[in-house]
Design a protein around this ligand. Structure first.
Ligand code: SF4
Ligand code: FES
Length: 281
């Protein structure tokens, strides 16, 4: 049964007074999945106010869509961990006490786009209907290690299954690193309930150093019941720019058990980590 999720904390101090809705009864909803070749989003409109699932393999996403005169907003409730950038940044558009909670005409398309770009999890995206500047990835790939929380990743992202098949292309994501999320690889806020404790720093280890300056996508491969394997140019560090380093490859812990976080130290074998990952097939 669908319904509002319990309020969960994120990296920011802000909390919602009212939880974001899992479903906006009365708004149009559609379900969508990205194809395995990464050539785009296949979507199916539905008048069903609860759920309709369009399946592609085992990986399914359900998005809610809100049209304004100049911009279309999509919202993925599974990916929202309530960092509140949206409601703080543009309360005339994002108001959790209202149904539907998003009014795409509540501000100018440029203002809406600017706030959505700050959504750290990728729960919000936009499509310009007025010919305005479209949503594009940041020019650099960045990983912010959240204190006691997820890995916030931004840039030109390709999430791949164990067989190197791309199941999602993204510009922003919050990835679980405590091992407790029920929506891996996405963070679902479970780190709070699990009492996950991890510093935001990089410890003593470093990623494989970056050797060339050419930009490119950051490929994030889900090793079965193991770490996130990163390939491609990136910078990783705490929220503050000091302490950030650049690299082209590394393995990041996502079981929560490494003694050398954020890096994988093989502890996933010791603890019997089960990832239950999505697959593009
Ligand atoms: S900014 Fe994104 S993650 Fe944060 S509350 Fe809004 S939709 Fe959720
Ligand atoms: S994934 Fe946590 S130690 Fe390897």
């Amino acid at each position: 049964m669908d319904g509002p999720p319990a309020a969960r904390s994120c990296r920011g101090p802000a909390r919602f007074l009212a939880p974001l809705p899992r479903a906006d009864y009365g708004s149009r909803a559609f379900v969508a999945v990205r194809d395995t070749a990464g050539t785009g989003l296949r979507a199916k409109w539905t008048r069903d106010r609860v759920k309709t699932v369009l399946e592609m393999g085992a990986y399914v996403r359900k998005l809610h869509e809100y049209d304004g005169s100049g911009i279309r907003i999509t919202y993925d409730a599974v990916r929202c961990i309530h960092a509140a950038e949206c409601v703080k940044g543009l309360p005339t558009v994002f108001d959790t006490t209202r149904r539907p909670w998003i009014d795409a005409d509540g501000a100018s398309p440029d203002e809406v786009a600017a706030v959505i770009r700050k959504c750290p999890t990728g729960a919000l995206h936009f499509e310009r209907l007025d010919g305005g500047e479209p949503e594009t990835p940041a020019t650099t790939n960045e990983i912010t290690v959240g204190a006691d929380g997820p890995l916030f990743v931004s840039g030109d992202l390709e999430l791949m299954d164990a067989e190197r098949r791309v199941f999602t292309r993204e510009t922003r994501a919050a990835l679980c690193r405590c091992g407790a999320s029920n929506d891996k690889p996405w963070c679902d806020g479970s780190h709070s309930e699990a009492g996950f404790r991890a510093a935001a720093d990089l410890g003593d280890s470093r990623p494989n150093p970056r050797q060339e300056s050419s930009p490119g996508p950051l490929r994030i491969r889900l090793r079965p019941n193991g770490p996130l394997l990163l390939e491609g140019p990136f910078a990783i560090g705490p929220a503050e720019p000091e302490g950030t380093v650049e690299g082209i490859g590394c393995a990041l812990c996502r079981c929560g058990a490494s003694d050398n976080k954020p890096w994988c130290d093989g502890s996933h074998n010791r603890v019997g980590f089960q990832a239950d990952d999505p697959s593009a097939s």
